[in-house]
Design a protein around this ligand. Sequence first.
Ligand code: NAD
Ligand code: TYD
Length: 359
Amino acid sequence: MIEKTILVTGGAGFIGSNFVLNWIGREDSPIVNLDKLTYAGNLGNLSDLKNDPRHIFVKGDIGDRALVRELLNRHRPRAVVNFAAESHVDRSIHGPEDFIQTNVNGTFHLLQETRAYLEALEGNEKSAFRFLHISTDEVYGSLGPDDAPFTESSPYAPNSPYSASKAAADHLVRAFHHTYGLPTLTSNCSNNYGPYQFPEKLVPLMILNALNRKPLPVYGDGLNVRDWLYVQDHCDALRTVLASGYPGEVYNIGGGNERKNIDVVRTICSLLDELRPVPRQEYASLITFIKDRPGHDRRYAIDARKIGRELRWKPTENFETGIRKTVQWYLDNMAWVKSITSGEYQQWLETNYVNRGTA
Ligand code: NAD
Ligand code: TYD
């Protein structure tokens, strides 16, 4: 029997595309991938699936009610997995509006259409359906150096327009479960890193700047702490949550790898010294401290014991193994880097997907 389809949103972004690739390699269900292809979405991430009938790409907005309705009714998915979002804190500081539009309003419209779709389902189709919403540890705010890591019951205290918009979305998801019985699952994860990350985020930005011998811009004193989660570990965790998570529940997902930003940057520099040495010029000499981000959260840390205890998931990579793979991936994929930084991928999209329509 062919497994029923899942509808993934934002599956051309960093985590979403890793999830689609991870899923197609391990599960039987086909994927309908709804993505608006903002600057962060890149179909080049999914070029391995170009001729794979299990992946159906649809360019569109999660806030487009008619499109979402049509996709739900046509493909009758057994789950919706919502990655679609504006995801970069710095961009949210410069221009918060898109964050409200997609993360809050978009999620609301997606929930409304999913609710209507679910109401028309019956029996096993109805009881097996899940709405998995991907969120962030940033909704819990900032920790002091000795505070215990965030648990699923830590109070929400978002500090950036990005985290506030994600917090609002999480509250809507919760409310749709409690009010309408939507079988939701919410995951709050820490900072992901790995292949296909858009080079505006810390790890790929530092790798590419270093390779181009540009300054490595560290905000403030560089002592802010993040927990780092290798993206493929995150994808495995999400498949686990979807398969076995209990409706209405929240699962924190972390890598168990707290690092200061400056140490992350120094680690990247030493790996590049080893893998792409430049005589008499250590990459760390490019480190430059610059003016801090306004409202910069000092520390995030995740207590991931619930997902370990209840769903038996734990990460397989530690930061040292994951960052080595990541640096090596960027070194091996400079064509991808060029395409994403030059806008060439837009042309590939025009050629291959625009006006092609859905299956
Ligand atoms: P990303 O910015 O790389 O990708 C987002 C994707 O969503 C892009 O492909 C974009 O085109 C698409 N998109 C944006 N607006 C859309 C809309 N209105 N309709 C349809 N598609 C739209 O983000 P990411 O890093 O892959 O993050 C994915 C999810 O995980 C987000 O919800 C983010 O909040 C969450 N998250 C990310 C991290 C991280 O470290 N990257 C950590 C915790 C949580
Ligand atoms: P980022 O990758 O933007 O993720 P987030 O803000 O969601 O945690 O940033 C990770 C950390 O690195 C954060 O503390 C900000 C810092 N940072 C820099 O110091 N320099 C940079 O150029 C960037 C992009 C981030």
